[in-house]
Ligand binder design. Structure first.
Ligand SMILES: [Fe+2]
Ligand SMILES: [Fe+2]
Length: 253
């Protein structure tokens, strides 16, 4: 596990503060930790779908992707529509996803993002199963400031929108990986085992995002990676009034 985490920790500008772990491990926080985790998995898939629709797929491909995602979105936002057999992460496949001819990054984007979508939707199902077994309500809860604040850093115009969104994607994935590893030893056996099982794919997701960012950029991305990394660390290290999976140091709780 340490070998898997070493590059993730080197990429991040700091490790999760112990005060966040102390808060997250409290039994009364388990529901919100899992509720937010469920939404994070869905948002991770939605982000990748957005990238593919904007930078790779033609109309037919876009519609197909939206169709895969919709039953998972229904499970959170429109539960009355859900039929149990309706959605399968295993159905997500790059085969037959048609791309626009004017999309230079379409090949690598489809290759890496379709796999990511499939894995995030599988994680979503795993969190949901865990929640259902424990009687934890599946409902949309208010998001933390984390992702929205990072998105404010996105420059305008392409390729910068794409480059910045990919770098931000890398940081969100890397932080999630680091946080699952940091929190795992403090959770019950089932949650602990689940968190550890997520580490390998989340670590690969951050590397995939970073590789795509370098491919999308006409110049080296090191300076931009550093800027976004510093901003990400401030969101983790500074006080945050709302406790969530990606929140900062708990304050005024
Ligand atoms: Fe995930
Ligand atoms: Fe991920």
């Amino acid at each position: 596990m340490e070998r898997l985490l070493a590059p993730v920790k080197a990429f991040l500008h700091g490790e999760t503060p112990s005060s966040w772990i102390e808060e997250a491990r409290r039994p009364e926080r388990l529901a919100v930790v899992l509720q937010d985790h469920l939404l994070c998995e869905l948002k991770a898939a939605q982000t990748a779908v957005w990238l593919l629709r904007r930078y790779a797929l033609d109309k037919g491909g876009s519609e197909r992707l939206k169709g895969w995602l919709r039953p998972f979105e229904d499970r959170v936002y429109r539960p009355c529509l859900v039929k149990e057999h309706q959605a399968m992460a295993s159905e997500v496949t790059p085969a037959g996803l048609s791309c626009r001819p004017d999309a230079p990054l379409a090949g690598p984007l489809v290759e890496k993002m379709v796999r990511l979508i499939k894995e995030e939707l599988h994680h979503f199902e795993q969190v949901r199963t865990l929640m259902l077994a424990r009687g934890i309500v599946i409902e949309p809860i208010r998001a933390s400031r984390y992702a929205a604040s990072l998105m404010q850093l996105v420059r305008s115009g392409d390729p910068w929108v794409l480059v910045d969104r990919l770098i931000i994607g890398a940081y969100i994935e890397a932080r999630s990986c680091e946080r699952f590893a940091a929190l795992a030893p403090h959770m019950d056996e089932e949650v602990q085992r689940f968190y550890v099982s997520l580490l390998r794919s989340e670590a690969r997701h951050y590397q995939d995002y970073l590789a795509l960012a370098q491919m999308a950029s006409p110049e080296p991305i090191d300076a931009r990676v550093r800027e976004i990394g510093e901003a990400e660390w401030r969101l983790i290290a500074e006080p945050d009034a709302l406790f969530r999976f990606h929140s900062g140091v708990p304050s005024a709780l």
